[in-house]
Design a protein around this ligand. Structure first.
Ligand SMILES: Nc1ncnc2c1ncn2[C@@H]1O[C@H](COP(=O)(O)OP(=O)(O)OP(=O)(O)O)[C@@H](O)[C@H]1O
Ligand SMILES: [Mg+2]
Length: 314
């Protein structure tokens, strides 16, 4: 699965807030960089969590992270729009435009325009990068949470319909066509086994289908490591009944039971998604006590390990 995904030019991670979109995007971009692909991670989160974990705070220009072949930039709506205007409007005039309160009010009131230029920025970086700069092999976009991400993905299609013909319409059609092309763009849904995370992933999938955008994979994050099975619990209970000095085992047995209940819940969640989405599923296990960089490294190693590890024991 991961080899297949890394052959695309753009990968986007979508999902409910807090499920691990950033962690999965960060791990995939790290894995791509480890394999020697010139990789750009675009962060839409103003906190820029990944760049921040490397001690950087990029703007719209890519900065090299302390990892060969890996760069990062901030994909902000307002910033992307200004970047676009910078290309289109002469310098001195532009400064006046940006400084005017009319422009500020206009930008704040026009989320659609910001979203359209964000999509345009991704497309331009991968398909129309100036010849003077080295091209990217892969762009990974850590998209905003569900609703906002869908708004962003929808914009080129809306703009194409709205403008009918002319420059904006043909630009929008090209951008839309790129994201609809499954050989170029992969959309990954990230979820945990929590019901809300699953239902949002299913909703996103339905909305993507309406736009004729395919879900390329579903990543189940924070899955149990499955340290215990039912026979471990039976053995602990048998040991407790044989010796009163093994009282502490009761607590461990309770932890093991909770783990088992969690894995049953996870299996149900997986089955529910499999019934509705035909895309491949991948598993990312819960990692204990690690920094953002270590987490990305651990998940990248897990994804690289291939189908055995991706299948987990669920
Ligand atoms: N597999 C994992 N194991 C352990 N911790 C994880 C795992 N995945 C994510 N986390 C932790 O969960 C938290 C949320 O993860 P992350 O920031 O990747 O989610 P997100 O979907 O990008 O959230 P947001 O909506 O805030 O952008 C972080 O603290 C992260 O370290
Ligand atoms: Mg995030």
């Amino acid at each position: 699965l991961i080899d297949h995904l890394l052959r695309r030019r753009v990968i986007l991670t979508l999902g409910k807030g807090g499920v691990g979109r950033t962690s999965v995007a960060s791990a995939i971009s790290l894995l791509a960089a480890r394999r020697g692909l010139r990789t750009l991670l675009m962060e839409t989160d103003p906190r820029r969590p990944v760049a921040d974990s490397y001690g950087h705070r990029p703007g719209l220009e890519p900065v090299a992270l302390e990892q060969p072949h890996l760069w990062s930039l901030f994909l902000g709506g307002k910033e992307s729009l200004e970047d676009y205007l910078r290309m289109a409007v002469p310098g001195p005039l532009l400064r006046k435009v940006f400084a005017s309160s009319l422009y500020q009010r206009f930008v704040n009131a026009a989320p659609a325009l910001r979203e359209l230029t964000m999509m345009g920025k991704i497309y331009h970086e991968i398909e129309r990068r100036p010849k003077t700069k080295l091209p990217w092999d892969l762009i990974v976009v850590d998209a905003p949470a569900s609703g906002q991400a869908l708004g962003m993905l929808r914009m080129p299609f809306v703009a194409h319909r709205l403008f009918g013909s002319g420059l904006v319409a043909s630009e929008a059609a090209e951008v839309a066509g790129f994201f609809r092309n499954p050989t170029k763009c992969a959309i990954i849904l990230v979820a945990t086994s929590e019901l809300l995370a699953i239902s949002e992933a299913l909703e996103i999938h339905d909305e993507l289908q309406k736009l004729h955008l395919a879900t390329s994979a579903v990543f189940f994050n924070r899955m149990s490591n499955g340290m215990f099975d039912a026979s471990d619990i039976d053995r602990m209970i048998a040991a407790i009944s044989r010796s009163s000095r093994l009282k502490h085992l009761e607590q461990i047995a309770e932890i093991a039971r909770a783990d088992l209940r969690r894995r049953i819940k996870e299996r149900r969640a997986l089955a529910m998604v499999q019934r509705r989405i035909s895309a491949p599923l991948a598993i990312a296990h819960e990692q204990l006590d690690c920094s953002r960089r270590k987490l990305a490294a651990a998940l990248a190693t897990e994804f690289a390990a291939g189908p055995e590890s991706l299948g987990g024991d669920c």
